[in-house]
Design a protein around this ligand. Structure first.
Ligand code: SF4
Length: 417
């Protein structure tokens, strides 16, 4: 960014491709009231873990007490900066989502303070949804009770697999027995919704092991199950272990495709319905967060270091730095740690709405309200093609991918890029 811009000192980390005009308009937006009053989401990243999984490609750090203390201090500072802005002061939020790393590496007291600070600083609606991501080895009854006292609506446990040999290969430090016991304990203590994620295409995994994972999750009665295909990135520790032959190979691509189809059948038979591309839920247990995120796209703010989440306020899409040191220094200097900020055109916003919406459903009423036209008026060719190819269904209310479209979601979404 040009250092001569009037507002450049407010954003010391901002990349050079933001124009002075866009930045001035962004600052002006923050200084006025939010008239749209869409229910937004507050995302908070806790980028620390107390053990590092060999398959993980996320930006996260091994927890040290000093690093965590400094980070929590900076987070509080960022919350203070945002909550003092007129736009945010007048905004409504429908969900608070703590994601990782692993938020439950925080102590019960640290979690309570962080959640309470957010609740005291932003206008959450009375029925807001609070989701906390966790792993089972740092989640005991005391912590679960504390989270419930804070209003926990949804506990998201990263399970990946119940197969103990594969868990060990992934450097998961606890056994499937501990995972199952923790899930049952959380239910007993009163967690109303538990979501877990499971991965297929893992080294040493076969269809039988994958089916067992799905059946175990159903037997435990978890409310939401997300399934992910493991992708091998060359930088992963797991990639090196595979290369050196320490680990058994990954399934062949055709078998991995079959694993996905098997999952759809097993989850359907188990009574789960698809809420978004990778997420399946029991009836009546839909997550509000995912509807806000995919269907209504009331996105809101991402706090903390960020490497995937883009905040969106009206036409401004922006993201914090993913560098821990820069983040903390920026907050210490009283400046927002935003490293990227773009003003999106209506055309970009509409394409974004369609592309993201296809992960769940494109709500035509919301589209009409936001852009003053229906999707079919703007994208007649793309919608017609997708429909002819059997990849989407549509009615008066929404546009949704068919099972075939869900299997080729990326290519469906690319029609709107
Ligand atoms: S606990 Fe989660 S964020 Fe941390 S290393 Fe494992 S998968 Fe990655």
């Amino acid at each position: 960014m040009n250092a001569d811009c009037t507002n450049s000192t407010l954003f010391p980390l901002l990349a050079s491709d933001t124009t002075c005009t866009d930045l001035d308009q962004f600052v002006a937006l923050l200084g006025r009231e939010d008239c749209r009053k869409d229910e937004g989401i507050i995302h908070v990243t806790v980028p620390f873990c107390d053990s590092i999984c060999s398959f993980c490609n996320a930006k996260r750090f091994f927890k040290t007490h000093e690093a965590l203390r400094n980070y929590l201090q900076a987070l509080k500072g960022e919350i203070r900066l945002w909550s003092g802005m007129k736009y945010i002061e007048s905004s409504d939020f429908g969900a608070l989502y703590l994601h990782g790393g692993t938020p439950t590496t925080l102590s019960s007291d640290e979690l309570k303070v962080l959640i309470q600070t957010c609740k005291d600083s932003f206008n959450f609606n009375a029925d807001m949804e609070l989701t906390v991501e966790s792993t089972t080895h740092n989640l005991d009854a005391h912590k679960i009770n504390r989270l419930l006292d804070c209003g926990l609506s949804r506990l998201y446990i990263g399970v990946q697999t119940f197969d103990n040999i594969i868990r060990k290969n992934l450097n998961r430090t606890d056994s499937s027995h501990v995972v199952a016991e923790t899930i049952l304990q959380a239910k007993k203590l009163g967690c109303e919704a538990i979501r877990i994620d499971l991965m297929y295409n893992l080294p040493g995994q076969d269809t039988h092991s994958w089916e067992s994972d799905l059946l175990k999750a159903i037997e435990l009665g978890v409310d939401n199950i997300s399934i992910f295909r493991f992708h091998l990135y060359p930088n992963l520790k797991l990639a090196k272990e595979l290369q050196s032959g320490v680990l058994p190979p990954m399934p062949e691509s055709k078998i991995a495709d079959d694993m996905c189809n098997v999952a759809l059948d097993i989850l359907k038979d188990g009574g789960y319905q698809q809420q978004y591309s990778s997420g399946f839920t029991l009836p009546g247990k839909k997550s509000r967060y995912y509807d806000l995120f995919y269907k209504y796209q009331h996105e809101g703010l991402g706090l903390g270091i960020t490497n995937w989440f883009f905040s969106l306020l009206e036409k401004y899409s922006f993201r914090n730095t993913d560098e821990l040191g820069s983040y903390i220094e920026s907050i210490k200097g009283g400046a927002l740690p935003i490293s990227m900020n773009k003003r999106l055109s209506d055309d970009q916003l509409m394409k974004r709405f369609m592309s993201r919406g296809l992960s769940s459903a494109v709500d035509k009423t919301v589209f009409l309200k936001r852009f003053g036209v229906l999707p079919e008026q703007i994208f007649p060719d793309q919608i017609c093609e997708l429909e002819k190819e059997g990849l989407i269904n549509r009615d008066d209310r929404e546009i949704k991918t068919t099972p075939l479209g869900s299997n080729t979601l990326r290519s469906c979404r690319e029609r709107f890029s």
